[in-house]
Design a protein around this ligand. Structure first.
Ligand code: NAD
Ligand code: FE2
Length: 317
């Protein structure tokens, strides 16, 4: 196992190759006896649960796997997960996967003691006021490097009523700890690496140019962009390059910490492409980002020029 680092901003983050083997110890810290692993069939098929299950076994913690999450998750995924949590007698959610699994994991926690229809928790209508701290604990183990949901406060789900991708947001939904193991992202194919990497870039870039005074988010966004410039192409071309994989996991994490400042038109345009056409979220961002940057250039030229320098060493004309 490589060297592990522990960071708290604000989530406790365990980072390093082999970090998944800490899952049992982290679950124990939270007092768990039985965990519900929330994931999808692609993650199970890629055998990414193996080190996690070994670690839980070693720590004497029982677990049940719920692998019913879909890409661009829908309400039914959350309800099935809640039923699986209750039926198994779990006391902890361990979400393992891309943003889809991590988001459903958060919303499963919400569904245990919060019984309104999901639409009433929609952030766009102030639904966060109904979300209390009464949620079971959660560990998040990302297997993609893009959404940063492992350190984010929101779960995104497509609602039945309006087919809209809906953000459910509350600080109470932050994972109790995130375990970032670059080895879990090594099996991502080139397309998924690129698409999720552009999601991370878009989070950093939109946060940096968003209106508002948030110097800490700005600083983190710039460092995230620097990481994307340094590592994304390497990770796409050489998927086994663990340093590049780790660099992109850091970029994704920094993007989601930074976008507490705000996002922008690119994400607004990307969401309907996913909910209406099933397009991968990162690809949807990649398609929209050039036009959004061109649109914003007039008022955000100085900041976009800084981004350009970080990405390729040159200011755009
Ligand atoms: N909560 C947030 O703040 C936030 C931010 C951005 C996006 N999102 C949401 O996250 C979702 C997208 O998440 P995503 O881009 O991580 O993709 P994803 O979770 O939908 O996964 C995409 C596919 O990749 C597979 N996969 C995952 N890890 C793999 C690995 N290591 N090896 C091989 N295959 C693997 C999965 O099985 C799945 O089939 C969207 O619903 C989006 O709206 C949430
Ligand atoms: Fe995103």
């Amino acid at each position: 196992m490589g060297q592990l680092s522990i960071w708290s901003f604000p989530t406790r983050i365990v980072f390093g190759a082999g970090a998944a083997k800490q899952t049992g110890a982290e679950a124990k810290r939270l007092g768990s006896k039985h965990a519900l692993v929330v994931t999808d069939k692609g993650v199970v098929g890629a055998k990414l649960l193996t080190p996690i299950e070994a670690s839980l076994r070693e720590a004497g913690i029982k677990w049940t796997v719920f692998d019913g999450v879909l890409g661009n998750p829908i309400e039914a995924n959350v309800h099935e997960g809640v039923r699986a949590f209750q039926a198994s007698g779990a006391d902890l959610v361990i979400a393992v996967g891309g943003g889809s699994s991590l988001d459903v994991g958060k919303l499963v926690r919400l569904g245990i003691h919060h019984h309104r229809p999901l639409a009433e928790y929609d952030d766009a209508i102030g639904g966060d006021q109904h979300i209390t701290a009464n949620v079971p604990p959660m560990l998040a183990l990302p297997t993609t490097a893009g959404t940063g949901s492992e350190v984010g406060r929101s779960g995104v789900v497509t609602l039945d009523a309006n087919h809209r991708k809906t953000v459910i947001f509350s600080p109470h939904l932050l994972a109790n700890a995130a375990i970032l193991d670059p080895e879990l992202t090594r099996s991502m194919p080139a397309f998924l690496t690129a698409a999720t990497g552009i999601d991370a870039l878009t989070h950093c870039l939109e946060a940096y140019v968003a209106k508002g005074d948030h110097p800490m988010a700005d600083g983190i966004a710039l460092e995230g962009i620097r990481h994307v410039g340094r590592y994304l192409e390497r990770a796409v071309k050489h998927g086994v390059d663990l340093e590049a994989r780790g660099g992109m996991m850091k970029a994704a994490m920094m993007g989601a910490v930074a976008f507490q400042k705000g996002l922008g038109a690119c994400h607004s345009l990307a969401h309907p492409l996913s909910s209406e056409h099933g397009m991968h979220h990162g690809l949807a961002n990649a398609l929209c980002l050039p036009a959004v940057c061109a649109f914003n250039a007039e008022i955000a030229r100085a900041r976009l020029a800084e981004v350009s320098v970080l990405l390729d060493g040159e200011a755009s004309p």
